[in-house]
Design a protein around this ligand. Structure first.
Ligand SMILES: [Zn+2]
Ligand SMILES: [Zn+2]
Length: 369
């Protein structure tokens, strides 16, 4: 049994996406069919389109899906038809990381999220000429319908416009907020600096405010983003074009930041993040780097000041608990991530991607219904 769906297919590296009618498998016993309401556009989608990640084409991308469960396989008990869900990253459930509840460091994170197949190597999509890669982040949600599973659907309490907003919580927004709250565990009264004020960096600014950080600094090249960072809780903003950014951060924090976050993945910026910290400072990197890129730090400074530098994936978020927590904070007016969002009709997907590249949309969301 199969069904006809509309999906945005990526056929060539560097090419545009085309909306096509293709065929989706019916859900297997452990799968969940979701009618997609809306899907966010994340930088990881753009990185795959640019050929920076090992995802084969043709493929249906999209990994910030939100929608309504339409059907479930015989073994599914977590959700039922009619439930509102967002769809987050996929994980295996049995490796040492998954056993520890650290699913974002699943030993099979790459195959389960980037290889464009189910775990058994099969694909769930096809067109008239053959298979189309599917299951991107366990969903491929640039589509009218997607297949997910119990490990990556998160039940949410939402309808209509609220649900359409919530897809980005499942990747970009939880990555920024989770890195601050779960990984760095920013403490009340401390100072925090983020390099890069895109959707991930701005989510981090909001989360640092929630945590009670008293000095919150955003660094970016675009003044419009720095202005938004101030509205969302930054106490200081610096343009990265200035050559004394590290000195400015040290001055603003009285000797260096307690926590630093790099969202750019650029080695010289990561170096600035480490250099701008106070003794015992803790820094995180989460940006998708170019293949083969390396990070360097001043060995003496790094060692003698007791600094920490950690890699973070998906904000170390357990979606089932963390996404509802972010929704509660949003409803309480403490996490206004809706200010980052710009909606597009599904057939405007290439415009949304273009605007994301240009920086005119911080977090584009495509509406499928
Ligand atoms: Zn695992
Ligand atoms: Zn993402």
């Amino acid at each position: 049994m199969t069904m006809q769906i509309t999906a945005a297919v990526a056929r060539n590296v560097g090419g545009e996406l085309s909306l096509e009618n293709i065929t989706l498998d019916a859900p297997r016993a452990d799968e969940i069919l979701v009618k997609i309401t809306a899907t966010g556009v994340c930088h990881t989608d753009l990185a795959v389109m640019a050929g920076h990640l090992p995802t084969p084409m043709p493929v249906v991308l999209g990994h910030e899906g939100a929608g309504i469960v339409e059907a479930v396989g015989a073994k599914v008990t977590k959700v039922a038809p009619g439930d509102s869900v967002v769809i987050t990253y996929n994980s295996c459930g049995s490796c040492p990381s998954c056993q520890d509840g650290a699913m974002s460091y699943c030993y099979e994170f790459f195959p389960r999220n980037f290889f464009g197949t189910r775990a058994d190597g099969s694909v769930a999509l096809k067109d008239s000429s053959g298979p189309v890669h599917s299951n991107f982040f366990g969903q491929s949600s640039f589509a009218s319908h997607a297949l997910a599973n119990e490990r990556n659907v998160v039940k949410v309490d939402a309808t209509g416009d609220d649900l359409a907003l919530m897809g980005p919580l499942a990747c970009g927004i939880q990555t920024g907020a989770g890195t601050v709250m779960n990984a760095l565990k920013v403490q009340s009264g401390k100072s925090f600096v983020v390099f890069g004020a895109g959707s991930v960096g701005l989510a981090a600014v909001m989360a640092a405010k929630v945590q009670g950080a008293t000095t919150i600094i955003a660094v970016d090249l675009h003044d419009t983003r720095l202005k938004l960072a101030k509205e969302l809780g930054a106490t200081h903003t610096f343009n990265a074009g200035a050559d004394d950014v590290v000195d400015q951060i040290k001055l603003a924090t009285g000797g260096g930041a307690n926590y630093a976050l790099d969202t750019t993945g650029l080695p010289p910026v990561i170096r600035q993040a480490v250099d701008s910290m106070a003794p015992r400072g803790k820094a995180a990197v989460l940006g998708a780097p170019m293949p083969g890129s390396e990070i360097s730090v001043d060995n003496t400074d790094f060692m003698s000041t007791g600094k920490t530098l950690m890699g973070v994936v998906e904000g170390e978020s357990d979606g089932d608990t963390f996404i509802p927590k972010l929704i509660d904070l949003w409803r309480a007016g403490k996490f206004p991530f809706d200010k980052l969002v710009k909606f597009y009709a599904f057939d405007q997907i290439n415009t949304a991607i273009h605007d994301s590249h240009e920086g005119t949309a911080i977090k584009p969301i495509l509406r499928m219904t």
